[in-house]
Design a protein around this ligand. Sequence first.
Ligand code: UDP
Length: 371
Amino acid sequence: PKVMVVYGTRPEAIKVAPVIKALEADPNLEPIVVVTAQHREMLDQVNQVFEIEPDVDLNLMAHGQTLNSIAGSVISKIDEVLAEHEPDAVVVQGDTTTVMGAAIAAFNREIPVVHLEAGLRSGDINSPFPEEANRKIVSQIARVHLAPTMVSRSNLLADGVPEENIHVIGNTVIDALQWAVERPVEFSLPELRALESDDRRVLLVTTHRRENLGDNMVNIGKAMRHLATNYPDLLIIWPAHKNPKVRASIAPQIEDLDNVISIEPVEYGEFSHLINASDIVLTDSGGIQEEAPSLGKPVLVLRENTERPEAVDAGTVKLIGTATEKIIAEVSQLLDDSKAYRDMANAVNPYGDGHSAGRSVDVLNELLGGR
Ligand code: UDP
């Protein structure tokens, strides 16, 4: 049986990579790798690390793309790819416009959709941002739901998904992370190579979410400036997202500071080691909320809600929003209060054991009668 895996952005690439590897190793299943390249460079970076060469590259990223222009081209282009390759199932991961569009295209051709990382819900039904709606749309049309945790399973059941179609397999991000952390890397940037002999504490910052563009991003930059100035023994590392709107809000506020290092997005193999070399993570990323806890790093999340409550409940992630004063207070507490730090760092990672990709392939074999 042929299994088509479709993805378009960096976080999807990281989470499908272990599944593609497991499919390649399975004698019964033939993977067909399709990238929409909704994001171009950051996606390519991940494919290179995992040595994945797409069979089809739609190269859809366009200057000034909108959600509707991406959705429209994903549906029509994936439709053509489905007609040509006739896969027996289509795997999509997460909640982007690529995922929603590819799932609709497969559904309309009566090809079973397998949703990896199914059942996440922020509960924010009024959100003007597409992720929550994309997740819910895919949950309505997927045939198989690969849920990372029991929380996501419950969300799916509450949405009326039949129990027999849900499989709790953990999150493949832990598979990817373990693979990456175990591989020795030498940082390509001299600033990062210098970390090993640097005694300063490291605050790793990443921001990119649509809901934080504008004022929130400016407030985050202000907090970074304040923290860097108040704690000369702190080193802030900021891999700047490729979105120019993110850069324009933060870069001008920190560029004159010696203890803030602004760098390009870091290749995944190196990024996992960078999390390891950090003391605190400040982020609005979904994936990093899952990765950093499993490396014992406290995560302060720059959002008001999260579709990933498990690590918040476990105590290793805290939702702090984006008010400048609040960010300063929360980071300062972790820097000044070693007990508060230890309590967060020592909490347990709720996202899996690193064997989720193998389970996803078992489910695919069950679905497609491969074994
Ligand atoms: N990441 C990376 N290099 C970086 C920043 C992040 O490889 O410079 C990885 C990170 O480890 C995580 C993923 O990218 O697995 C998160 O992507 P992003 O924050 O863009 O998206 P989200 O997780 O919020 O969907």
